[in-house]
Design a protein around this ligand. Structure first.
Ligand code: GLA
Length: 723
């Protein structure tokens, strides 16, 4: 069989089958049309090893003497006895390509196992891999793991992955790739605050805009593992799998288990090339958000649980006056929910707080020309709720019996439990309640929260995170189908559910409960490595952050929120005078520039001074290019702390068209901002500030421009206009 060769946007994927099993012979730089006979790649046989070449299979297998992490682990249960067919020997049955999708079917007739792999190389270079295993035998087959892996080239010697916690999601860590396996495990039953949104292997010192990088993302919102596996012979695989609980997937004859999709990208120009592949894929989806992303006011940090119609109508009026376009009522509106100890599951408007229902508020919001959004947490249940009292058996736990009948409950987390969506009656109840809310009220938007880990998560006494994750996905899908115009945000104690599985069924993620602009710079930079800014909520919080107690200038908070889906989470009734005028100005600036921010290419400079973050968005040059006079790019120069140097010095602005001339000017602060008493720029400005600088993209990228002297925890905003 001829190898399959998929090519797109500078990337080649070669799947060969000449050794009987499918293997990825190359994933990386585009190889052009002609391939040599790939048998020349067969490895030598080292001493004291198997007497055969060992392929790094598409599904790596011990039956080929692969000594790294296997692709498929499982066994057959025959006549009640587990452990049979523990080692399969998959051989290619068919390998075909249609356009840029290859389908490879491999089977072991003796073990009664077939694995089907779909590999699609999308137009922007993003690779999507989906593996599925089918039990062709006559007895049940227990799947313990079906991994999806890719080989990386030997010059990938460093690994970057992300970790975090509540209010500090997606921070990078990096180290050299050593022999052995580096595994990042998520046992949260949700994606997790510490989950690595991307696993990036690269050449020594790879950066934002230099070096070769091979990166993967696992599209799954339940338990999972991501890993880099360097085996004794020096080869390295990266990939991921769903982390299955005991006997969670027991395939009956004829049944199939489909593993979560693995998305992957290769770049020869650093992490920005990886980002470009992901953004291009997101933006080509037919259901990707379209149109201007409305300015949001979320009530959480403004009023918390203190719901009161008069206050909220006032807040809505104040928000509308500023230019807000979507008003989101957060937690606290449903029965019994005066604090976070009660009420989850009782998805009825609390009559004691809202005697007229939500309608008076919704009508006021709509009369102000804004959309109305509502917070829900459909996967959860409070012990202190009518629904838990009526159906104690719907509360998830490790025991077969309900806690009322002596079963054990998992430890509480934010005083709450999980509702068993695998139980069809519980699923239907939740669907009906949210469906009714959406039918009975003019709700355009749901902030869908998920605030706890799934611990000891069982259905009828058996582990069921896998089923619960699928049931939650079904709930999203069914509600979207019933209410296609309602937008959904994925929130999970801030940013604990950010992945491409949830983003297939939601329209934005809440990146973090931390609205501190300094923390947000890092959180948004790394969330934005995969997820485009139109899908990443960023809010201006109160002057003093509620989660870190740091105080920041409005301009720093606004410039930080600017590069996402912009909004506020602040009692804006208290914002008056000059500060209110400045806030209005930022809202206007966002509206003027959101089309560019939400469609452009992300650029992150490799700033040599570690106290600086320089990032921007550049208009893509398609359809005849950017017209003269149009805004071609926006950049933020962010000073995170003091540095050794007295000056910020020259800052290069990469990613521009080298031969095009641009006018660079400060969008913030302008002379008018001086009237607001800004001191972010020291007295002696750089010479180009007065009338702007003109230079071509090559000069701006290679030489850069000197920047004004900036105070730490402040930022300036630059606009580049095309000539
Ligand atoms: C979670 C979310 C917050 C807020 C609260 C409400 O913590 O991340 O944004 O919605 O719940 O209880």
């Amino acid at each position: 069989m001829q190898p399959l060769h998929l090519r797109s946007a500078g990337t080649s994927l070669v799947v060969s089958t000449h050794r009987g099993e499918a293997e990825i012979s190359h994933w990386g730089a585009d190889l052009g049309e002609t391939l040599p006979d790939l048998a020349i790649l067969n490895e030598p046989i080292p001493p004291s090893s198997a007497d055969a070449n060992v392929p790094a299979g598409l599904i790596p297998q011990a039956s080929s003497s692969w000594q790294g992490r296997p692709g498929l682990r499982g066994h057959r249960v025959t006549d009640g006895m587990p452990g049979f067919d523990f080692s399969v020997r998959l051989r290619v049955v068919s390998a075909t390509a249609d356009g840029n999708t290859a389908v490879v079917v491999q089977s072991d007739p003796d073990a009664g196992i077939t694995v089907t792999s779909h590999l699609t190389l999308h137009p922007g270079g993003l690779l999507e891999l989906r593996n599925a295993v089918t039990n062709d035998g006559t007895s049940p087959f227990q799947v313990d793991e079906l991994a999806t892996v890719l080989p990386v080239a030997p010059d990938a010697v460093e690994l970057l992955d992300l970790t975090g916690r509540w209010c500090r999601e997606r921070h990078p860590q990096r180290h050299s790739i050593q022999q052995g396996t580096w595994v990042r495990t998520g046992r949260h039953g949700r994606t997790g605050h510490d989950s690595s949104l991307l696993f990036a292997a690269g050449t020594a010192g790879f950066g934002n805009r230099h070096g070769k990088v091979w990166a993967t993302h696992l599209a799954w919102s339940g338990n999972h593992e991501q890993f880099a596996d360097r085996v004794g012979d020096g080869r390295t695989m990266i990939g991921g799998s769903e982390l299955l609980g005991p006997a969670e997937v027991l395939l009956q004859p004829g049944e199939t288990y489909t593993a979560p999709a693995l998305f992957a990208a290769y770049s020869d120009r650093g992490l920005d090339g990886i980002t470009e592949a992901f953004y291009s894929w997101f933006r080509a989806r037919p259901h990707h958000v379209a149109g201007p992303r409305p300015v949001v006011l979320n009530t959480w940090e403004a009023v918390y649980f203190d719901h009161n119609l008069e206050t909220l109508i006032e807040l809505a009026g104040s928000a509308a006056d500023l230019g807000v376009e979507r008003f989101v009522l957060d937690d606290g509106w449903f029965r019994g929910r005066r604090n976070d100890h009660a009420g989850l599951g009782d998805w009825y408007v609390d009559e004691s707080v809202w005697p007229g229902g939500l309608t008076p508020l919704i009508e006021a919001v709509i009369a102000h020309g804004m959309e109305f959004g509502l917070w829900v947490e459909p996967e959860m249940i409070s012990i202190n709720s009518d629904i838990a009292r009526a159906h104690p058996e719907w509360i998830v736990g490790p025991s077969a019996s309900s806690y009322k009948d002596g079963g054990r409950l998992p430890v509480e987390w934010r005083h709450q439990h999980v509702i068993d969506l695998v139980n069809p009656d519980a699923w239907q109840y939740v669907f009906d309640r949210i469906d009714a809310l959406l039918r009975d009220n003019k709700i355009s938007y749901l902030k869908w929260d998920q605030n706890r880990d799934l611990l000891e998560h069982g259905h009828s006494g058996r582990a069921s995170v896998h089923q619960q994750t699928l049931a939650a996905y079904r709930l999203f899908d069914a509600l979207r189908e019933a209410h296609p115009s309602v937008e959904i945000e994925s929130c999970s104690s801030g940013g604990a559910r950010v992945d491409l599985g949830i983003l297939e069924r939601t329209d934005r993620v809440w990146a973090s409960d931390c609205n501190d602009a300094l923390e947000r710079q890092t959180i948004q930079r790394w969330t934005g490595m995969v997820v485009p800014p139109e899908l990443v909520g960023g809010h201006i919080g109160p002057s003093t952050s509620h989660t870190t107690a740091r105080t920041h200038d409005l301009s720093f908070r606004a410039i930080t929120a600017f590069f996402g889906h912009f909004g506020m989470e602040w009692d804006v009734r208290s914002v008056t005078g000059a500060e209110r005028e400045e806030l209005k100005r930022f809202i206007t600036l966002y509206k003027e520039h959101r089309a560019l921010i939400h469609s452009g290419l992300a650029v992150r400079a490799d700033a040599p001074d570690e106290s600086l973050m320089v990032h921007g968005v550049v208009a893509p040059e398609h359809d005849g290019g950017i017209p003269a006079g149009a805004t071609a790019a926006l950049f933020a120069v962010v000073k995170t702390r003091t540095s050794f140097a007295e000056q910020v010095g020259r800052v290069s602005l990469p990613g521009l068209d080298p031969s095009r001339t641009y006018r660079v000017e400060l969008l913030f602060p302008t002379p008018v901002d001086a009237d607001y008493g800004h001191t972010i720029i020291e007295a002696q400005p750089v010479s180009w500030l007065a009338s702007g600088a003109e230079a071509n993209g090559r000069f701006l990228g290679e030489v850069g421009l000197p920047m004004p002297v900036l105070h730490p925890e402040h930022a300036i905003l630059l606009r580049l206009t095309a000539f």
